[in-house]
Design a protein around this ligand. Sequence first.
Ligand code: ATP
Ligand code: MG
Length: 186
Amino acid sequence: MEREKKSGNDVHGLVIVHTGDGKGKTTAALGLALRAWGDGLRVLVLQFIKSGGDYGERKGFAALTAADGRMEMRSCGRGFTMRGHVPPEEHRRAAKEALADARAAIVSGRYDLIVLDEINYAVKFGLLRVEDVIDLLKARPAALHLVLTGRDAAPEIIARADLVTEMRLVKHPYQAGIKAQRGIEF
Ligand code: ATP
Ligand code: MG
């Protein structure tokens, strides 16, 4: 396989977790996706909470997909649960569907790197069970890199990961009343 030849036959799929209360979990995962895509890997980004819409990353990744189909982004969620106008069972159903989508993608062998964006958040808010996520990790082919993002990653997930980074809040513009900036926050 081309990927193994390029990296000296030592492909070792990693379980990577980005968690913590500071900004940068999703954007670091998207940075990895870009790096992997740039190096010829086949990449899928599955968003568990976001519902599509006018986000910069969607437009950026759509351009990459158009340039080369090895980059896919799917938004399977129903928006932020905190806003409260979507009934909880809708969120739960969307999360279950995203989980099934993730499983199908993981076992398909069609990807080298899959980002499960906000999957930790989906567990934290009770939309998914931690066991469901552990089952995904167990189903992972040995060469597949999997990135899981979101605050408050469950200890069971951290225990199974190879690489865990905690973003720590030092300062955030929201604290000074500065509104979300296009291109930085969305
Ligand atoms: P990003 O997508 O910018 O990498 P993130 O994935 O680390 O951020 P999430 O927990 O997914 O952050 O939160 C999504 C949004 O909330 C982002 O727009 C982010 O800027 C904002 N945010 C993140 N951390 C904080 C914080 N500590 N206080 C206020 N807003 C925050
Ligand atoms: Mg995020």
